[in-house]
Design a protein around this ligand. Structure first.
Ligand code: UDX
Length: 438
């Protein structure tokens, strides 16, 4: 296997996972970040993101001398005399004005390394970037002896290391076939199917895949609403659907809507991309609207359960929220459906007390405003008119629901994730209300 000298610019969950995993595949990797304090922490092996297995891989890579952390992209270019053979751009591309991805950080890094890149180096866009970014990057570089390829990642938060080392596929796109093949060869040991294509197609794979996942979830949430109205059971319906190999069982779990740092950003970026190409992508519009409606539907379920009537007032009703992160297995609150539901409940005048296994009571996150965060689910439930399960943390299943029933003022649980065993909650004295489970 070829051992490549690789530079990774940006050490967020994509960059750090990419760097540590490529080092674990035997490559020599230097990771760069502009945050000096973070670089110092990384050099001490301190990881500030919740990703199973990542800290161990970083420690292994550093111990083996295959993984190094430096301050700034320029230092990464000068880390070895020959310079990197491949440079990964893993910097943030946040949602900019009008939902268009903001590429200013990508462009700043390209400008910084433009003259430092050794001849023959391949620049790889791994961040989620709009179609046409590889071409734009090549224009900015204005180097005939440096190729640019797109190599999107499909990592899920909470299982990024596993997803990197067990990919469903590798996608590499570029106008120079040999450069694309060299990047694909970095992953050879993983033995995954590889899609070698042009850059615009590779860039679009990322959006198309994420938007399809969001669409699948909005669809199953809409079917769950139909189940509520028709008296059907969403669990059986999705099981019946999922045996069709063309549908599959994955991503058919209804909930309070989808969120996180990727799906919301990528669906709105896809809408922008389509609009810019004079194409009204109604399916994506409907996917986003259905997701917004799903959060409101959760509030109406709580309102009906607590007040006994549609439109009843939730003013000063104490509601316990179980789970605040956008999904289980992460401490990430970005675009969390749980916090979107909390904001709507707060607007309705409810008093909110929240518990999440990944959060400390003093977490300063702005989206937690108006939610009293405690570090004990039993305390959160105290005097509550209802308990609302919003994130699918497995530990909620093994709580003592009889003890909770003694603590709440009304033993009602609205399980927006269909996480709990209804029989266990009922044995504990709770009325259990699920999604699409009339
Ligand atoms: C997603 C994509 O899965 C990943 O491939 C891409 O690289 C980045 O975006 P992530 O943001 O970590 O990953 O979240 P994911 O696990 O996909 O969940 C997204 C949202 O959908 C979460 O809010 C989750 O709770 C929700 N979800 C997921 C459901 O409601 N039901 C499901 O069956 C699966």
């Amino acid at each position: 296997m070829f051992v490549r000298r690789i530079a990774v610019v940006g050490t967020g969950y994509v960059g750090l996972t990419t760097g540590a995993c490529l080092a674990s595949l035997g490559h020599d990797v230097v990771c760069a970040d502009v945050d000096a304090a973070k670089v110092e922490r990384l050099r001490r092996g301190e990881i500030d993101i919740l990703e199973p297995g990542l800290a161990e891989l970083v420690a292994e890579g550093m111990a083996a001398g295959r993984l190094t952390f430096v301050l700034g992209a320029t230092s990464a270019m000068r880390h070895t005399a020959e310079g990197p053979e491949v440079m990964f751009l893993c910097v943030p591309t946040p949602m900019g004005v009008g939902g268009v991805a903001d590429l200013s950080i990508v462009e700043a890094v390209v400008e910084e390394v433009r003259e430092l890149l050794p001849p023959g180096c391949v620049v790889v866009n791994k961040s989620t970037v709009p179609v046409g970014t590889a071409e734009r990057t090549a224009e900015l570089l204005a180097r005939d002896d440096v190729a640019v390829v797109s190599n999107p990642e499909f990592l899920r938060e909470g299982s990024a290391v596993y997803d990197f080392l067990n990919p469903d596929r590798i996608v590499v796109g570029g106008s120079q076939q040999d450069a694309a093949e060299r990047v694909a060869a970095l992953y050879a040991r993983l033995g995954a199917p590889t899609v070698l294509t042009d850059a615009p197609s590779a860039e679009l794979v990322k959006y198309a895949a994420n938007c399809f996942l969001a669409m699948k979830l909005s669809y199953v949430n809409a079917v769950a609403e139909l189940c509520d109205r028709l008296g059907a059971d969403i669990t059986d319906v999705t099981e019946g659907m999922g045996y069709d190999k063309r549908i599959g069982q994955a991503f058919l779990q209804p909930g309070p809507g989808w969120g996180g740092s990727c799906l919301p950003k990528d669906t709105s970026a896809m809408l922008q991309l389509a609009d810019a190409a004079d194409f009204e992508f109604r399916l994506i519009r409907a996917t986003i609207d259905t997701n917004t409606r799903q959060r409101q539907r959760m509030v109406e379920k709580v309102r009906l359960a607590v007040t006994g009537k549609r439109g009843g007032s939730l003013s000063h009703k104490r509601i316990a929220l179980f789970g605040l992160t956008f999904k289980a297995g992460t401490d990430d609150l970005r675009d969390s459906p749980a916090l979107a539901v909390a904001a709507l409940l707060r607007q309705a005048g409810a008093d909110l007390v929240g518990y999440d296994p990944a959060l400390r009571p003093d977490n300063p996150h702005p989206d937690l405003t108006g939610v009293t965060v405690v570090d004990d689910p039993y305390l959160a439930a105290k005097d509550a008119e209802a308990v609302v399960v919003l994130t699918e943390w497995p530990e909620f299943r093994s709580l003592d629901w009889s003890r909770l029933a003694e603590s709440v003022s009304r033993p009602t649980v609205i399980d927006t994730r269909n996480l709990l065993d209804p029989a266990v909650a009922r044995r504990g004295g709770f009325e259990w209300i699920g999604i699409g489970k009339s």
